[in-house]
Design a binder for this molecule. Structure first.
Ligand SMILES: NC(=O)c1ccc[n+]([C@@H]2O[C@H](COP(=O)([O-])OP(=O)(O)OC[C@H]3O[C@@H](n4cnc5c(N)ncnc54)[C@H](OP(=O)(O)O)[C@@H]3O)[C@@H](O)[C@H]2O)c1
Length: 279
């Protein structure tokens, strides 16, 4: 395969960093964006011509547009845009502050939507491209203590399923990545934790906290799987990665299907009396 060009958000650690390193190692070109690009300086000196670093906080929509436009301008084209930047917000819905909620939704949901909207005219002008969005197993299943994180990732799932169908005719592929718990900074340095309300002590919320030892995913393998999927044509719309993602998404889907089927006669009973089904 000839060298390809990528634009990636959130490249200081975790999946974004792994993607950047693996892509540079195979000879691809990368615009790696980060709020603080300091941790990327060593990579820059090793891959001077292949790597362009851009300072970007994804919550700044106009900066996000400028960074993406500059990447297309610099490289001539970008084949793959990876919307990876994001973090987890932990705490009961009641424990979260208004600012906690806004920052989570702007970072994990609004920024990906704006990045996709910014990439679309460029991709159309070049006859196609691939947009990779980091969702989560928490984009298909939901557990207590992460309600607004789930809202952001379920939001991403809905937006990108619709977006994928809108732009497929332009040769634009969309991949929604659903990793399970992986060994990145997600549950450590990057985690935002709400102030604790003792009313929830001893509740299911505290009991469900996931221990760090439960993080089974290897970020190197996750990054390699994302690259392999982006190389495919057609690429998969959804990519569940990790044995936990496979099991928990499967369980959530089966449970929801069971609930839907149990309500079938009720659902059908609310149609208008003069409606005639055609199938
Ligand atoms: N690891 C998991 O278990 C897991 C599971 C499912 C989904 N995910 C998703 O995977 C994605 C990557 O997370 P990760 O696991 O690799 O965690 P990570 O190691 O914490 O990396 C997250 C990256 O996002 C960046 N970031 C956060 N907010 C940003 C902002 N406003 N603007 C620009 N960059 C920002 C961080 O930059 P700074 O260095 O500036 O903080 C960091 O580079 C996230 O979308 C996350 O929801 C992770």
């Amino acid at each position: 395969m000839t060298a390809r060009t990528w634009f990636i958000t959130g490249t200081t650690s975790g999946f974004g960093r792994e993607l950047t390193e693996q892509l540079l190692a195979r000879g691809d070109r990368v615009t790696a964006t980060a709020r603080n690009p300091e941790p990327l300086q060593q990579l820059q000196s090793r891959h001077r011509d292949q790597l362009r670093i851009a300072v970007l906080d994804v919550t700044d929509t106009s900066a996000l547009r400028r960074a993406l436009d500059a990447a297309f301008e610099h490289w001539g084209r970008v084949d793959v845009v990876v919307s990876n930047a994001g973090y987890g917000l932990f705490g009961a819905a009641e424990e979260l502050s208004d600012a906690d909620i806004e920052r989570q939704l702007v970072t994990n949901l609004v920024a990906p939507i704006q990045l996709a909207r910014a990439a679309t005219p460029h991709f159309r002008a070049h006859g196609g491209g691939t947009f990779v969005q980091l969702s989560s197993l928490g984009g298909q299943a939901a557990y207590p203590g992460m309600s607004v994180y789930h809202a952001s990732k379920w939001g991403v799932e809905g937006f990108f399923e619709s977006y994928a169908a809108e732009v497929a005719g332009f040769g634009i592929q969309t991949i929604i990545v659903e990793p399970g718990m992986a060994r990145t900074a997600f549950s450590g340095r990057s985690a935002a934790v709400a102030a604790v309300d003792p009313a929830y002590d001893g509740s299911v919320l505290r009991a469900e906290a996931v221990p760090v030892s439960a993080q089974r995913g290897d970020p190197r393998k996750v990054a390699a799987a994302i690259i392999a999927a982006a190389d495919m044509e057609p690429s998969p719309l959804r990519l569940a990665l990790g044995s936990d993602a496979y099991a928990m998404i499967g369980e959530a889907l089966r449970t929801r299907l069971g609930i839907l089927e149990a309500q079938k006669s009720l659902a059908l009973s609310t149609d208008s009396d003069d409606f005639t089904a055609t199938d």
